[in-house]
Design a protein around this ligand. Structure first.
Ligand code: AMP
Length: 285
């Protein structure tokens, strides 16, 4: 456990602390988050603490990545609890800037990643990944991490960041950590707190659908349309679920496949009431 956890709100102070850590020869690890921290975030931070001498966790609900009718306003903000969790897992700095600190003037510069942003959440949430790529670039420029940690839970986000880092020669190593799940398989998410008890029960259908798709592929099914159809049918059998997308895509390019071979990603998104949840599972055919 780190004996001190610094909570920093300004870019200047963040830069000073990173410079001090670097001058002590420490490797800088970085975990960007939107807060409302849970076991999934904790796993990323633990991994960072294992591998890096100085670990920064950012907490910033980034308005740029939310659409006009999305949950920016009601997104849970729980800084005190988040700080307590981060102290426990041994992070060194919490970087929690205000919106005004990050965007003091209207933002005129954006980072746009093509292709991998076209399908899945990119299709349902126009502008989302542009907001993500822009804020992550800004955070990388402030924190200057050697290694940055992302969750497989947001597989498309991880692919976008990997692509951006490669295409723009950013000097940072990207690590993607496995999805942390509840006992019944539901992927842990800050948005799970929106669910009513009935919706919470219904939401396990996503994991069951992914497991069903995986089992079909493992038993020899190679027709992606059949796997997609079977997963969709299972989700639609749950009255509280409304499918947003249900896809079989190439694990690298995230382009939809018709014949399943090599590494694919099963990816689903569905609404439970007004709450939109996503999940995915990698399968090797
Ligand atoms: P968020 O605060 O939701 O933007 O997530 C911050 C980081 O935590 C992202 O890299 C997510 O992919 C990751 N993350 C969120 N939920 C999980 C989970 N259940 N397991 C692993 N990583 C997660």
């Amino acid at each position: 456990m780190a004996d001190t956890l610094l909570v920093i709100h300004t870019i200047d102070e963040m830069r000073r602390e990173v410079a001090a850590a670097r001058s002590r020869g420490l490797t800088v690890g970085f975990v960007p988050t939107m807060g409302a921290l849970h076991a999934g975030h904790a796993a990323l931070v633990r991994q960072a603490v294992e591998e890096c001498g100085f670990v920064v966790v950012s907490i910033f609900v980034n308005p740029l990545q939310f659409g006009p009718n999305e949950d920016y306003e009601r997104y849970p903000r729980t800084l005190d609890q988040d700080v307590a969790l981060l102290r426990e897992v041994g992070a060194h700095v919490v970087f929690a800037p205000s919106v005004n600190e990050m965007y003091p003037r209207p933002q005129l510069t954006f980072v746009e990643v093509e292709k991998v942003t076209e399908g899945l959440c990119g299709a349902s949430r126009p502008g989302h990944f542009r907001g993500v790529a822009t804020v992550v670039t800004k955070l990388f420029n402030i924190v200057t991490p050697d290694v940055a940690y992302f969750g497989q839970k947001d597989a498309q986000q991880a692919a976008v960041i990997r692509t951006m880092v490669r295409d723009l020669s950013m000097p940072v190593e990207i690590r993607v950590c496995p999805t942390v799940r509840e006992e019944d398989g539901l992927a842990v998410s800050s948005r799970n707190t929106y669910l009513s008890p009935e919706e919470r029960k219904a939401a396990t259908v996503l994991y069951r659908a992914l497991g069903h798709g995986k089992a079909l592929i493992e038993s020899g099914e190679r027709d992606a349309a059949r796997v997609r159809g079977a997963m969709r049918e299972l989700i639609e059998s749950e009255p509280l679920a409304r499918v947003d997308y249900c896809e079989v895509v190439d694990a690298e390019s995230l382009a939809p496949v018709s014949y399943i071979e090599g590494n694919v990603l099963l990816a689903v998104a569905a609404y439970f009431g007004s709450t939109r949840l996503i999940d995915n599972m990698a399968v090797e055919a």
